[in-house]
Design a protein around this ligand. Structure first.
Ligand code: IMP
Ligand code: MG
Length: 184
């Protein structure tokens, strides 16, 4: 019902719903419990990587029954276009101290893993008490990950996905479900 309401009217590019809204809600609830149980003590900082994680992060933290703090990271690659060789630069850096805290980095999707690899290296230099990754989706194609995601919502099919935060050219982030996109 909710999915139908949000479906872009007349949009021919959104193909199939791959993960429906109810399935996401149920899985996020489970993840929240799992995360709370994994951190019996200490300060927990949930760090959302923008923009892709914004909806997931909002739903996730409301399902983590323990004290926590929320902040965000905005990363940009040095160099132009689709080049993957550049280093990562933080355009927004958490204002709060990370040292001594459990850091849970929240990402929308792990694809090649390059983004996460660079961020993990950078965040480790801040001396957190622990560093873990929570990804809504994981394509399971990444090679040589610095740190494997400890919490994963769903294994993703090898398709380009949109919705629930994920975009194509900034569109479709608001869809309450995850859908595949038709080519062209
Ligand atoms: P990676 O560095 O190759 O792992 O890419 C991760 C980033 O690429 C994600 O945070 C997304 O922003 C984007 N991305 C990768 N796959 C998809 C997809 O299927 N749909 C939308 N964005 C994607
Ligand atoms: Mg992203």
């Amino acid at each position: 019902m909710r999915a139908e309401l949000a479906r872009p009217v007349g949009d021919q590019r959104v193909a199939d719903v791959v993960i429906d809204a109810d399935t996401i809600v149920a899985r996020v609830r489970e993840l929240g419990r799992e995360i709370a149980e994994s951190y019996p003590d200490g300060e927990l900082m949930v760090l959302g990587l923008l923009k892709g994680s914004f909806i997931f992060l909002g739903d996730l933290v409301r399902n983590i029954p323990r004290a926590l703090q929320v902040d965000f990271l905005v990363a940009a690659s040095y160099g132009a276009g689709t080049s993957s060789s550049g280093d990562v630069r933080l355009v927004y850096d958490p204002e709060t101290r990370l040292e001594g805290k459990h850091i849970l980095l929240v990402e929308d999707i792990v694809d090649s893993g390059r983004t996460l690899n660079r961020l993990v290296t950078l965040l480790r230099r801040r001396n957190p008490r622990s560093l873990e990754i929570c990804a809504l989706l994981h394509k399971r194609i990444a090679q040589g990950l610095e740190l494997e995601a400890r919490f994963v919502g769903f294994d993703a099919p090898p398709l380009f996905l949109v919705g629930y935060g994920l975009d194509h050219a900034e569109n479709y982030r608001h869809l309450p479900y995850i859908a595949s996109l038709r080519e062209s």
